[in-house]
Design a protein around this ligand. Sequence first.
Ligand code: GLN
Ligand code: ZN
Length: 755
Amino acid sequence: MIKSSNIGYPRIGENREWKKTLELFWSEQMSEEEFEKEMKQIRLSHLKKQQDKGIDLIPIGDFSYYDHVLDTAVMFNLIPERFKTTNGKLALVNYFEIARGSKGKVASEMTKWFNTNYHYIVPELTKVEPKLMENRLVHLFNEAKEELGIYGKPVIVGPITLLSCSKGFTNEQRASLLQSLIPLYIEVFTELRGAGAEWIQIDEPILVKDVKEEIVNELQLVYSAFAQNVQDVNLIIQTYFESTEYYKELINLPVAGIGLDFVHDAGANLKLLEKYGFPNEKYLFAGIIDGRNIWKSKLVDKFDFVKELSNKIGENRMFLQPSCSLLHVPVTVKNEQQLESQIRDVLAFADEKLDEIALLTHVFTEKQQIDDLENYDKVIHSFKESAYRNVEHIQEAIINLEHYSSSRISVEKRKQIHEEKWKLPLLPTTTIGSFPQTKEVRKQRLKWRKGELSDKDYEQYIQSEIKKWITIQEEIGLDVLVHGEFERTDMVEFFGEKLEGVAITKNGWVQSYGSRCVKPPVIFGDVYCKQNMTVKETVYAQSLTDKPVKGMLTGPVTIINWSFVRDDISRTDVMNQVALAIRSEVEALEKHGITMIQVDEAALREGLPLKQEKTEAYLNASVYAFKLATSSVKPDTQVHTHMCYSNFDDIIHAIDALDADVISIETSRSHGELITSFEEHHYNKGIGLGVYDIHSPRVPTIEEITQNIKRALEVLDYRAFWVNPDCGLKTRGEAETVAALKVMVEAAHQYRVKI
Ligand code: GLN
Ligand code: ZN
C-alpha cells in the first residue's frame, strides 16, 4: 500500500507564534523556562496537525529554534572558537549568539540555502573537535512518541551536504572532517533506533548540484559505513529542489529509501528512473507536490503520474510526499479570507499540500475515489478560464514581443549626451533610494491602512517627509537626489499592491532567516499596470529642487524572484509581463520629466539556477526582461540599476549586458574580490561601488571612504565612477544617515580636486 510522508513543516506557526516567542525571549521579556514551554507547545501542535491529516511518516527535528543547519552543527560540537564556553556546554543563549552575534563576538555568516530564500548559518569548521553533544533528535523523537503516540521520522542534514555548506577548511581537511563525522552520525542513528525509530531521513540536497568526483567517493564511503554499522533502522537519503545528478550512484547505495523530487526539472528524475531502473529492494520517497509554490496541484494528473510510477516500483515500496520541506511555503490558506474566493480557491499552502498528499494516498488505498480528485481539480480548471488569466492585450503583447524595442543606441553616444545634459561633476554623489523608515513613518502607514488616516492626509504626510529629505539632501550637497521611498513598505510588495494580476496575502509569511519572515506577493494572473505607480511622489520631489531626482522602480527579475509565481504559463512569460508593466511606468516617469530612472535588480543573482547548464538561459531571459523594461526611453534619459551583492564574477557579462547607464553595487562585504572581477572585465559604463557599509549604524570616517574610492579607481575609470552608499538607508536612523552622507560627500569633494 502506498503511504504518505512529509519532509519538513514550517516552523513559524499560523500566526507567526514562533517568531513572536523568539523575539520575546531575545528581548528578555520571556524566561528561558517559559520559552521552552511555549516552543514545545508550538512544536507539538505542528506534529498533531500532521497526525490529524493522516500523514504516515511525520518529520521530527525539522523544527528548530533558529536554523536546522545550525542545530546539526551544534549537535556535533562544530562551534566556532569564539563561542565556546568554559564548561563545554552550549546554553540556549550561546546557541543564539552563534546566529546573531553578541557584544564583541561577530555572528557566524549566513547564506542562502540552495536556490531558496531561506538563509542558514554557515558552520565554521576551523579548529573544531567534532563530537556528539546532546542528541536532540532522540529527545524530540521521544517527545513525539510520548505526547502524541507518533513514531516519527527523524530528519538530519547529511554529512556531505553539511560539509559542502560549511567553511573554514581545506580539501585535505575535508576528508578528515568527514571521517570524524561518520561515527557521530552512526551514534545518533543507533540511539534513535534504540528509542524505536524505524525511519531516518538524511537530507543530501547537495546531490542535485553538478557532479563532483569527490562527492561520488564520499557517498560510497559514508553510506557504506552507515550500512555496516547501523542495523534495523531504515535510512532514507533525501534529495530535493531539482533532479539528482548522482542517480546511478544513489541507486547503488546501501540505503533503504531514496527521496527524489518529481516536480522540478521537467521530469528529469523520472527519465533517470526509466533509464537506470529502481532497485526492487528499496523504497521510493516520491516528491510529487510542489514544496516551493503555493498553488493547488491538479490531482488527477498527479494520480496518473503516481500510478505510472507505482507500476514500475510497486505500491508497497512507495511513499508520497512534497518535493521538499514545506518550510518554504506559508502555513495555511485558512487565514486568507480577505482574498477573492476564486483566487483563494486555487491556493495550497503547507497544510493544504499535506491534505493533497493525504487525499492522493487515500485514493490508492481506496478510502477515497477518483471522483474526489476530479472534484478537487475543478476550481483550477475554471480559474484557468478566468478573466484574470486571459487579459487579451497582455497575451498579445507577449506573443509579439519583437514589436517592443529592447535595445538603445550605443552607450558611448548616450554618455556624451548625458554629459552635456546634466553636467555632473566628477565622482557624482547619490544614494540608492530609501531614507530611514522611522517609527513615525510606519505608524502613519499603519493608521492609513486601518482607515484612521484619510488618503489625503497620508499623502500629505508622505509629501512632508519627501520635502524634509529633499532639503536635507540639498544641504548635504548630494548631486543626484531621491524621493526616499517613504510610501513603500518593501521594494517588491509595493509594486505587488499596485500591479494587476498580483495579490498580497495577509498571513502568507515564510521564514527568511532567524525570526525574520517575508511575505512574497502572489502573481496569480496576467500582470499589467492600470495607473501610474510612482509618478506622483517622484514628480513632487523633483518640483522641489533643481538637482535631478532619480525615479525609483523595482525590476522584473527581482519582482519575479521575490514572489510566488503562477505555474500555468512559463516563468519567462510572467517575467516579460512584469517587464512590460515596469516599462510603462518608466515611460510615464519620462513623460513627466523624470529622466534619470533607477530600476533595481537586487535579486538577479539570487535566481541563478543550481545547475550550470541552466545558467545561461536564466541570465539571457533576465537580461532581456530588464532591457524590455528600460529600453524604450529617449537617448538622453539615464537608466540606473542597483544590486546588493558583490560576488558576481560569474555574472559580470550579464550585468554588462543589462546596458544600464549607471550601476550601483554593494561592496563593503568583500571589497577585494569585487575589484578583481573588474580587473578582468573591462566595464565601460557608469558605476558606483558602495563606499560605506549601511548595515551598521557606525558613521564612516573620511579616510575609510577615501581609501575605498582609491581602491576602486585603481581598476575603474574615474570619469565613470559614482560615489554612493552600499544600499538603501531604510533601516538606518536619521541622525547617523545624515552624518554618514556628509562624510561621504566631503570625501568625494576632496577627491575630485585631486584628480
Ligand atoms: N531602492 C531600494 C532602497 O534603496 C533598493 C533596496 C535593495 O537594493 N535591497 O531601499
Ligand atoms: Zn541593495
